[in-house]
Design a protein around this ligand. Structure first.
Ligand SMILES: [Zn+2]
Length: 308
């Protein structure tokens, strides 16, 4: 069944990615024209998403559109397969992401360099989305989807193809990865800062954009709704700088062995702090998906592109 969060009256599905709870949440919104699904996840999670929709009486035929915050595989991987099943579904995506959905060869080649032989097990198929199914966004749009008003904002920093959506009816902002990872019920707000797009000034601007919406609820993909909006945004604002500064200070000059050790030390530190802040039942979700080593590499690349 889909979960309905009692604090925010928000419907979402735990896609139980690779059998693990609290990793990838797909938002579900009802409109007069059918359902909207926000960030359906990768194809490896699609069977569970489809089954849970069915348990609530819904099928892909009842889905009007998919709203993507960005095109990373853990958010968007299933979208081409969904459109194959349900060719009427419109896919909303930022203009910098849209070409990669229509022609995913380059995106998949770079993902395969990262994940290698594990690519298929982790993410499954990434089918192209026909151009006619794409609704391309720049940010700044006001949408009416099945009688329901939404605002769209361009929110780069984590990824240059990232948008956020404000569901004006409930005051819920679907913010993808701009707000980092935070499991509903857990305290820790953990920035996820992978290569290649990390951009600190843009990220801070995006947080300001979200604040200006004054949302009632933040919905983060990893994982779920949070109603302490100001505290959450303050935490991510502070932590992206703290992560960036920790990496800058530890980044060795031209020394790959030194970097491996420094990355490991950074990751261990992040996990230790998470353990201090968060009840043990949530640890495994953060350990699986918090990806501090990826954040190290994203920030190392960020600093290497600049004079430190
Ligand atoms: Zn992402």
């Amino acid at each position: 069944m889909t979960t309905i969060d009692s604090a925010s009256a928000l419907r979402y599905v735990d896609t139980e990615y690779l059998g693990h709870k609290h990793l990838i949440a797909a938002g579900i919104i009802e409109t007069d024209d059918g359902l909207l699904v926000v960030d359906p996840g990768p194809t490896t999670a699609l069977e569970t998403l489809t089954r849970k929709l069915a348990e609530s009486g819904d099928a892909w035929a009842d889905v009007h559109a998919v709203l993507l915050t960005h095109i990373h595989l853990d958010h968007a991987g299933a979208v081409g397969t969904i459109v194959e099943k349900a060719p009427h579904v419109q896919v909303f995506v930022h203009e910098r992401g849209a070409p990669h959905l229509a022609r995913p060869q380059r995106l998949l080649a770079s993902a395969r360099r990262i994940y290698g032989d594990d690519m298929d097990r982790l993410w499954g198929a990434f089918e192209p989305v026909p151009d006619e199914n794409l609704t391309v966004l720049s940010g700044g749009e006001s949408l009416n989807l099945g009688g329901r008003p939404f605002e769209v904002a361009y929110t780069p920093g984590h990824a240059q193809h990232h948008v956020s959506y404000l569901d004006a009816t409930t005051g819920t902002a679907f913010i993808g990865d701009v707000g980092g990872m935070r499991v509903s019920g857990a305290g820790t707000v953990l920035p996820v800062m992978p290569p290649p797009d990390v951009d600190l000034p843009a990220w801070h601007d995006s947080i300001d954009t979200l604040r200006a919406w004054s949302p009632e609820t933040l919905f983060v993909t990893h994982f779920g709704p949070h109603t302490d909006v100001d505290d959450h945004l303050d935490a991510i604002d502070t932590r992206i700088d703290a992560f960036a500064e920790a990496v800058r200070a530890a980044l060795p000059e031209d020394d790959e062995t030194g970097e491996t050790d420094a990355a490991a030390a950074f990751a261990a530190d992040v996990i230790d702090r998470m353990h201090e802040e968060t009840p043990e039942r949530y640890w495994s979700a953060y350990e699986r998906f918090g990806q501090p080593r990826d954040s190290w590499h994203g920030l190392a690349r960020y600093w290497q592109k600049r004079e430190r």
